[in-house]
Design a protein around this ligand. Structure first.
Ligand code: ATP
Ligand code: MG
Length: 264
């Protein structure tokens, strides 16, 4: 599904500020994989997503998506295949547009730019789709999205991302800005959608328990490298202390506050 070969990213090369954010990463993501991604601040998780999505050009290496080399494919073209959700609930939707206008945009993207117009049939469809969120948003089609709470807005972003029919989801701490109960609701919806649409998913989280509980594979990043890649059976017996211990063993360093390093 996704094959990454010797991927690297250097910011500000050959300057005093040179930063090697991604250092020769190889990664094979299989169709239907749900991979949780952990690692301390600045370890390169978001940069890896930015390279997969095409937000930044790579410094070196290759990105193969469904057998096609997309290393130099522009971001907007990759966006038809890759759905991305960020931490900030304000990012994925347009605040000054109504729910129905936001949703038609997502549908158009799913239809690969085909012209479709907003009519009563579409509105009925949107209501059915919004019902899946169980937030009463089906009654608020005409409301501007800016009126929604952070949790409602992130749930809508998730729904819209799914409606645009991506083959792959990149979730970058997408519940981190929500209060615990909304985070739980959005996480439950996320797993439901991933299962229903069999979406290949990479999910960055700073919640170690989530990283262990969700998905069929866990990778840990550190200083621009993947230092741990655990499969479903290895993950099954994992606990937060065990994961922290693995990190420390690999790093061969002692930290004053080891759990604090990973759980933020
Ligand atoms: N656009 C950029 N320009 C310069 N440096 C960058 C840029 N984006 C990321 N970096 C640097 O690359 C490194 C990796 O950053 P990245 O955002 O990928 O980390 P992260 O693992 O997502 O961290 P966090 O958990 O804090 O989100 C950091 O040192 C960061 O400062
Ligand atoms: Mg990040």
């Amino acid at each position: 599904m996704l094959k990454i070969e010797a991927l690297s990213k250097v910011f500000y090369p050959n300057t005093v500020n040179e930063k090697r954010a991604i250092e020769y990463i190889d990664l094979n993501v299989n169709e239907g994989d749900f991979i949780t991604v952990v690692g301390s601040n600045g370890s390169g998780k978001s940069t890896l997503f930015n390279l997969i999505a095409g937000t930044y050009p790579v410094t070196g290496g290759k990105i193969i998506l469904n057998g096609k080399d997309v290393t130099h494919t522009p971001e907007y073209k990759r966006a038809f295949t890759i759905g991305r959700i960020f931490q900030d609930p304000n990012v994925g939707t347009a605040a000054k547009m109504s729910l129905e206008d936001n949703m038609i945009t997502a549908h158009r993207k799913g239809m690969k730019g085909l012209k479709i117009s907003l009519n009563s049939e579409k509105r009925q469809l949107f209501k059915e789709e919004l019902k899946q969120l169980s937030m009463g948003l089906e009654e608020r089609l005409k409301d501007n999205v800016g009126l929604l709470s952070g949790g409602q807005r992130q749930a809508l972003t998730l729904l819209m991302t799914i409606l645009s029919r991506p083959q792959m989801l990149l979730l970058d701490e997408h519940t981190a800005a929500l209060d615990p109960s909304n985070a739980q609701i959005v996480m439950d919806l996320t797993t439901q959608f991933i299962e229903r649409y069999n979406l290949t998913t990479l999910m960055v989280t700073h919640n170690m328990q989530h990283a262990i509980d969700f998905g069929n594979r866990l990778i840990m990043m550190d200083e621009g490298k993947i230092i741990l890649d655990l499969n479903a059976s290895e993950k099954e017996s994992l606990t937060v202390p065990k994961l922290v211990k693995m990190f420390k063993t690999i790093k061969k360093k002692e930290y004053a506050s080891d759990e604090g390093l990973l759980i933020l």
